[in-house]
Design a binder for this molecule. Structure first.
Ligand SMILES: [Zn+2]
Length: 317
């Protein structure tokens, strides 16, 4: 008989509201206090979750954000129904968050440097990656390639969106292909992993970046420790899946507190851009027979893209 794994979901408040108590040190913090401190507890340094729009406001220079693919909305190709129809859940998430999907994408300046920025929002259906998140990432990567801008992705996700079944799993392949195409130009790709980044997002574009930055204390793992412990019947280390553990195992490049994130990002992008400027100067002639954009790999990428494109729709038709 199949074993059952129980999952306890405790709801935590997001970054909005009048006052919140810190889940670590229990100190009561006003909304203004949190806002001034980048939504980080001034007492213990706990990083509260931040929504996608706030994240853009923290990183982008004022007045430079221009959203792309804002009108994309998920279709319901599987006519998925659990306790409620999938379209109802989407509608509720839109109402609660004011977002159209779990990711926003756009162009902006960060300390006067042109970048393409995508930010995920855990409050929108657990930051799950369905067809629209995959498509938005694809378009962001395409914009980065066309303009030779670096791409920065702020990740926060519970994984693939179960309501889209195999179509959401396909987004792992699609976003991976987008990263591959960026690396061929090349344009730099930096990912910022925030609490929590798990499942199919962690296992695809989030951890394929040239530089992987994480916020302190973020849970970064494919499956949560509670589920793994119940499955293998073994106790895991206390720091399992945490950013600090990932850093010590070489899975990420650096941990940066949120207050220093923008400055550190600019530093990293500056170094990568310098590297790209060198790489654009051809140092040797292209080898004959090397798979290029017209080769069999590109054909395969095209077919995967066409298949993965089948389940989103644009509001503009
Ligand atoms: Zn605290």
């Amino acid at each position: 008989m199949a074993q059952r794994v129980s999952i306890n979901i405790s709801r935590r408040n997001g970054a909005s509201g009048d006052a919140e108590s810190c889940p670590l040190c229990k100190q009561l913090l006003s909304a203004a206090e949190l806002r001034e401190n980048f939504h980080v507890c001034p007492n213990c340094g706990h990083h509260f979750r931040v929504g996608a729009r706030e994240r853009v406001a923290m990183l982008a220079d004022s007045g430079t954000w221009e959203e792309i693919a804002a009108s994309l909305r998920s279709a319901d190709p599987l006519e998925f129904f659990d306790l409620r129809p999938y379209p109802d859940r989407i509608e509720e998430a839109e109402y609660d968050t004011g977002l159209g999907e779990a990711m926003i994408a756009g162009t902006c300046c960060i300390h006067k440097m042109d970048v393409v920025l995508v930010a995920m929002d855990f409050s929108f259906m657990g930051g799950s990656m369905g067809s629209v998140v995959g498509e938005k990432f694809w378009r962001a990567a395409d914009t980065a390639i066309q303009n030779r801008f670096p791409l920065v992705a702020v990740c926060a996700s519970g994984g693939a969106r179960m309501q889209e079944g195999i179509l959401s799993l396909l987004q792992m392949a699609k976003t991976t292909c987008a990263v591959e195409l960026m690396s061929r130009v090349p344009v730099p790709f930096v990912s910022i992993l925030t609490h929590p980044t798990t499942g199919g997002v962690l296992a695809s574009f989030a951890t394929l970046a040239d530089v992987i930055i994480s916020e302190p204390g973020a849970m970064l793992c494919f499956s949560g420790p509670r589920v793994i412990e119940q499955t293998i019947k073994e106790r895991l280390p206390d720091d399992f899946g945490l950013a600090e553990s990932n850093l010590s195992h070489g899975q990420i490049d650096m941990i940066v507190p949120r207050s220093q994130l923008k400055d550190k990002l600019v530093q990293v992008l500056g170094m990568l851009e310098g590297g790209v400027a060198c790489a654009l100067e051809p140092l040797w002639e292209e080898e004959e027979g090397r798979p290029g954009r017209g080769g069999p790999l590109a054909g395969a990428l095209g077919r995967i893209k066409a298949l993965a494109n089948s389940s989103w729709r644009s509001l503009k038709g």
